[in-house]
Design a protein around this ligand. Structure first.
Ligand SMILES: [Zn+2]
Length: 66
């Protein structure tokens, strides 16, 4: 899998550190994070990512993509 492919799939719910539990669904939202790359997630993992991923801003900054 290339970096480009990886950027197009969900990194939720914990920001890409999920190991074998990576979601792999297409990205629909980009969540802004403090001092980290934006977190790209699918609709299912948008909520969990906001609550569980490291560095998420509050109130959240969310961009619709894809
Ligand atoms: Zn997902």
């Amino acid at each position: 899998m290339t970096d480009r492919d990886r950027a197009a799939v969900c990194q939720g719910p914990y920001g890409g550190d999920n190991g074998i539990d990576d979601c792999g669904d297409p990205v629909r939202f980009e969540v802004a994070r403090h001092l980290r790359a934006p977190l790209r997630v699918c609709p299912v993992h948008l909520g969990p990512a906001l609550l569980l991923a490291a560095g998420v801003l509050w109130p959240p900054g969310i961009i619709l993509v894809g």
